[in-house]
Design a binder for this molecule. Structure first.
Ligand code: COA
Length: 158
């Protein structure tokens, strides 16, 4: 069984993440979403809220599990028996950061590959931060997130 770990902050899940996840789930037997508990980002949603959102949206995907981790991503991936880390790539601006992260992870765990999936063009300009920012100023975000995520963001903005 080939397992991949898809790590991230997921604050919150967006249609961009869902697209990457759909495609990763078709490539691997098992995909574990690893929600970072100690991401260096200040988050709008708590760790358990982020996981709850993911579990709700992904309940019909049989080979996808939601988990969380602290510490090194590669250590978590090893514990799961994963052979790969999944990362989505958007515009060129992601490349430098992702390249550095992938090389560092390769040094730390030569046996684990990073697999990059190109984001669909319609998602290439979105990010969790931009969506939260637009929502906080009253912008419509329904095109970028599932309805329940939109509702959860609206609740936070009340
Ligand atoms: N379409 C649209 N947007 C996307 C996307 C896609 N397909 N994929 C990611 N994004 C966005 C996210 O919404 C997020 O936006 P934000 O910056 O506004 O929040 C951004 O791209 C990147 O987020 P994400 O994919 O969640 O990654 P991250 O950079 O928040 O998470 C970790 C990084 C957790 C993987 C990384 O910090 C890590 O590995 N930490 C553990 C410590 C470690 O092992 N470090 C490496 C060795 S030093």
């Amino acid at each position: 069984m080939r397992t991949a770990v898809y790590p991230g902050t997921f604050d919150p899940l967006t249609n961009g993440h869902l697209d990457i996840l759909d495609r990763a789930a078709a490539l691997f037997d098992r995909v574990i979403i690893a929600v970072a508990s100690n991401s260096n980002k200040e988050t709008l949603f708590t760790l358990s809220e982020r996981q709850e959102i993911l579990r709700y949206e992904l309940k019909d995907m049989k080979n996808v599990e939601v988990s969380s981790f602290s510490g090194l991503t590669v250590d978590f991936a090893r514990q799961c028996g994963a052979v790969a880390l999944i990362r989505g790539l958007r515009a060129m601006t992601d490349f430098e950061y992702e390249f550095q992260l992938a090389l560092m992870n390769k040094k730390l765990a030569p046996d684990i590959e990073t697999v990059f999936l190109m984001t669909k063009s319609e998602n290439s300009f979105i990010s969790s931060s931009a969506i939260k920012w637009a929502a906080s100023l009253g912008g419509c975000i329904s095109e970028f997130v599932p309805p329940n995520v939109e509702k959860a963001i609206m609740e936070k903005n009340k």
